[in-house]
Structure formats: C-alpha cells, structure tokens
Design a protein around this ligand. Structure first.
Ligand code: UDP
Ligand code: MG
Length: 327
C-alpha cells in the first residue's frame, strides 16, 4: 500500500474555475510516484454553482470527495473542516483558484519523504496583485514578526503539506479565532520552505477586500500576541505619570504665584491622574477579558451540511453520509 495524501481545497464561489483546478491538480497528483492521492473540496457556503460542480467532480472521479458547509464560515474554518476530515498520512492545503501551482505538491511530497512535517510554499513574487496589496502584506508580515510569540514565516500563505502528526497536533487546537498560518507555525515539528511564483487567479475574483484583510490582520495579531493589551496598560501608566508630574508643576506654580482661577489646578490634576489610572486598569482587565472571551464561547467551529466521500474509500471520520457510489 502506498502512503495516502489528501489535497484540501476550500472554495467560495469558485464554480467558474473549479473544473480547471481539478484537471490540473489531478494531473499533477498522478505524476507523483508511489503515492495515493485524493482531493477533498470544501464548499464554504458558495452562492454560485460551486456545489453542483463539486458533485459532478465527485461523480466523475472516484478520488474526489466534497464537504458542503452549512453556510459561509470563512476560509480559516473551511480549511479546518477539510483538515479535520482528512484520515490520510498527509494533507496538502491549496487554494481552489489555481494561484498555488499544484505541480509544486510533488516537491512538498519529496520534502515530506525526507522527514519534514510541515512543508510550506513561500511566495517569491506576487503576480496580479496591486502594489498596495504587496505593501500592506509586507507591512503586516513585518509587524507580525515583531509582536507574535510564534514566529510566522513571511510571505507564506496556507499552501502547504502537513504530516499526520502535524495534522493530529492541529486537531487539538480548537480555538475559535483561527489564524491558520499562525497555527501551522505554532505546531512546530520539522518545517521546511519552498519558494514559488504565485500566479494570478485562473477565474473569478479575490474574496478578500481590504476591509477583510484588515480584520484578518487584527485576527492574526490578537491570536498570537497580547501586546496591544499591554500597550494600553503602558499608555495608561505613562499618562498617569505625566499627569502626576504636571500636577506637581501646577501645585508648585500655585504655591509660588497663586492661581488665577480658583480650584482649576487641583481639578485638572485629579482628572488627568484618574483618567490615566482608569486606562491602566482597563488595560489590565482587558488582558484577562480578551483571553476569557476567546475561550468562553464553546460553539462548534463549523457545521457540515453534506459530506461526499471519495468513492475509492468510504468509511472514516466524517459522519455517515452515503457516498455517491452507495446511492
Ligand atoms: N475562500 C473560502 N471562503 C471564504 C473566502 C475564500 O473558502 O470565505 C477560498 C477561496 O475560494 C479560495 C481561497 O479561499 O480558494 C483563497 O481565496 P482568494 O483567492 O479570494 O484569496 P486571495 O488569493 O486573493 O488572498
Ligand atoms: Mg486567490
């Protein structure tokens, strides 16, 4: 028996390009010797014909499976749903828009055979992306490097291979606010990078506008750093100290020269001092609250509407849903 590999491709409104993706990925996987590979599509609540296309691909190719989520949960959770369903010896995460060249999977597999647990693709250049996106992406990765307790590799997307034990480790991470590339890095083990050229989209448009990317960046920073909370704490501390110094100055001035408006100096001092103290206290409380908030809402990460297993192998982790072969 050859080791098995599952390629997980989350897709949201990718109906237009999905067949081309399947064709090219299938060919790339068939070219890899000594491995049994299947593709697992995750339909992240698409509103176009993505699910219909997936169903026809499942029917046509016995080594294709598909998950349909109950609604759009976002790429990070779609990815999680896909990876949770993988029972193979390794998984590859790839975008369904052909921006990540499936031919690179052969190199991922080669590194995996050398004993690496996480093999990730690092973008050498970004074709078809505006200078603004490049600039903001570069800024984000640099900031992440500064504040994150887990080093997140630069210019690295989700395109990567994960070994069984990396998958198992990831399976234990059930936090709701998931910044996947941070979590992949957090897992650790033996990691290796392969540079590649990121192509423009094959079809359709990017699902990430700047507002989404901004929120994504905040997610990344808050998931892997409590520095912002600490900044609030220190800002409060500095404000309190400054207010104290100013208060001394006003008191001294009043003692020496008297004051023009009665009560003004003491009022000013107290307001500033208390304001600073309050900020500081809020920062401290926020530090705890932020952590509690993340953990408290024990909702399921995603909900699966329908699961179609590859006809080539039926039983496993996903709840019993008849495969197309059994229908
Ligand atoms: N995607 C998803 N759910 C979403 C948004 C995107 O599953 O809510 C998928 C999308 O179909 C694609 C991948 O995530 O396969 C990357 O998305 P996109 O190409 O829009 O991002 P970009 O490459 O522009 O960063
Ligand atoms: Mg893309």
């Amino acid at each position: 028996m050859f080791p098995r590999l599952t390629v997980v491709a989350p897709a949201y409104n990718e109906g237009e390009g999905l067949r081309a993706f399947h064709l090219r990925t299938r060919a790339a996987l068939d070219a890899i010797e000594g491995i049994e590979a299947d593709i697992l599509f995750v339909d992240d609540g698409s509103r176009d014909d993505t699910w219909a296309v997936m169903q026809s691909l499942v029917a046509a190719d016995p080594q294709v499976g598909a998950l349909k989520l109950a609604r759009n949960f976002g790429k990070e959770l779609a990815l999680t749903a896909g990876l949770d369903a993988v029972d193979a010896d390794a998984a590859v995460v790839i975008d369904a828009d052909l921006q990540d060249p499936p031919e690179l999977i052969a190199e991922f597999v080669a590194r995996w055979r050398e004993g690496f647990d996480v093999v990730y693709g690092t973008r050498l250049e970004r074709d078809g992306e505006s200078w603004l996106k490049r600039l903001t992406a570069a800024g984000f990765y640099r900031l992440m490097e500064q504040v994150s307790s887990t080093p997140v590799p630069r210019d690295t997307g989700d395109f990567r291979l994960l070994s069984r034990r990396a998958l198992d480790a990831l399976h234990g991470v059930r936090e709701r606010h998931r910044f996947m590339k941070g979590l992949f890095a957090w897992v650790g083990f033996r990691q290796s990078a392969i540079g590649y050229h990121r192509d423009p989209r094959h079809a359709g448009t990017s699902k990430f506008n700047y507002w989404k990317l901004w929120n994504f960046a905040i997610e990344g920073i808050t998931s892997f750093s409590t520095l912002p909370l600490r900044v609030a704490t220190y800002a409060g501390g500095v404000a309190a100290l400054a207010a104290f110094a100013y208060g001394l100055f006003i008191i001294g001035k009043t003692l020496l020269w008297g004051d023009e408006v009665a009560g003004y100096p003491s009022l000013m001092t107290v307001i500033l001092f208390l304001g600073g103290l309050q900020l500081m206290a809020l920062g401290v409380i926020g530090e705890y609250l932020g952590r509690l908030y993340m953990e408290a809402k024990q909702r399921p990460l995603y909900l699966i509407d329908t699961a179609l297993k590859p006809a080539a192998r039926i039983p496993s982790t996903v709840a019993a849903v008849p495969s197309p072969a059994a229908r």
